[in-house]
Write a protein that binds this ligand. Structure first.
Ligand code: NAP
Length: 292
């Protein structure tokens, strides 16, 4: 059974950033990634325009640069799924196990999906899950936002600064979002609210150009931002480390979890700001703590 100084589970920007720092620090590092490719949620982002050093880069290209840097430094990559953590051992779906001194959980979170017709087809072709990441592509155009929570209202507010019109579609008449965000949204003159309705289908040719609602209404739109919550990918570790009430892993300032030797970084960590650059920063912080 192979032993590593550090095993990292997940190869998004957080896991790759930790690997770069740990390898440069001379440690033996293995990243376990169940998808067989690196990048995590960046791969769902068409264009990244807010990662320092790149004024515009595709999600694919940025993920590839991250992967290459970690790979060239000698990180071991294993395509497999971590199924269980047992003391200093990770047991994998293939039946193999790896031993570690330190374990970094970088499994991220996934955006909840609507699971309606056309959602997969138009992902990154008009459908987005992140206004901060993709909003600029729709400057001057009409877009819709789906959801009624804080995230949806923040996304709508952000988009309204550059888009011609933002239509918020919510399945109930009452918004879940905080009053202050609601007031901000309703004070804008380029927003519209459609209550008590849901998406039935996303339509288009090569890119999204309309949605059909359950009420039968058709809305022409260039972009659709789905903001109906996140699912932290905590299955592996939820019975081992402390979680917050939304299922994200609680850490200290060094990204240490409640269990000695286990770190959590990136979107799986309980925190306020989930961006590529903050995920990468978490990776550095955990690696720095391990190397000390
Ligand atoms: P959320 O609060 O869980 O809201 C999700 C919204 O999506 C709800 O309005 C929900 O409708 C709707 N929804 C869920 N599934 C749906 C479906 N299948 N079809 C249509 N609509 C659906 O999620 P969030 O907005 O991402 O916020 C998550 C947490 O982060 C919250 O605690 C929030 O307060 C916090 N947050 C805070 C801030 C801030 O303080 N600035 C910013 C962002 C997020 P219903 O209302 O009908 O359930």
């Amino acid at each position: 059974m192979k032993k590593y100084d550090t095993v990292i589970i997940g190869s998004g920007p957080a896991g790759l950033s930790a690997a770069v720092y740990l390898k440069r620090g001379g440690l033996d590092v293995c990243i376990i990634e169940k998808q067989g490719f690196s990048g995590g949620q960046i791969l769902l982002t068409s264009i990244v325009e807010n990662y320092l050093g790149f004024s515009s880069i595709t999600g694919d290209a940025l993920a590839d640069k991250f992967f290459r840097q970690a790979h060239e430094l000698g990180t071991d990559f294993l395509t497999d799924e971590a199924e269980k953590v047992d003391k200093n051992k990770v047991i994998l779906k293939s039946g193999k196990s790896l031993l570690f001194d330190h374990l970094i959980i970088a499994t991220g979170s996934s955006h909840k999906t609507l699971d309606v017709l056309g959602e997969k087809e138009f992902a990154a072709k008009g459908i987005s899950y992140c206004a901060l990441c993709d909003g600029a592509i729709f400057a001057g155009k009409e877009v819709i936002v789906i959801g009624g929570g804080d995230t949806a209202l923040e996304e709508a507010f952000y988009l309204a600064k550059t888009c011609k019109k933002v239509t918020l579609i919510h399945r109930r008449s009452t918004l879940r979002a905080s009053k202050i965000l609601q007031n901000r949204f309703f004070s804008l003159n380029n927003t519209q609210f459609i209550a008590n309705d849901e998406i039935k289908q996303f339509c288009g040719e090569t890119t999204l150009n309309a949605v059909i609602l359950k009420s039968g209404k058709r809305i022409n739109t260039s972009g659709a931002f789905i903001a109906i919550g996140q699912n932290p990918q905590n299955n592996l570790i939820k019975d081992i480390v402390k979680l917050d009430n939304q299922g994200y892993i609680i850490t200290d300032d060094y990204c240490k979890t409640s269990v000695s030797g286990i770190y959590a970084i990136g979107d799986i960590r309980s925190k306020n700001c989930r961006q590529i650059i903050t995920a990468a920063a978490d990776g550095v912080i955990a690696a720095h703590s391990i190397l000390q």
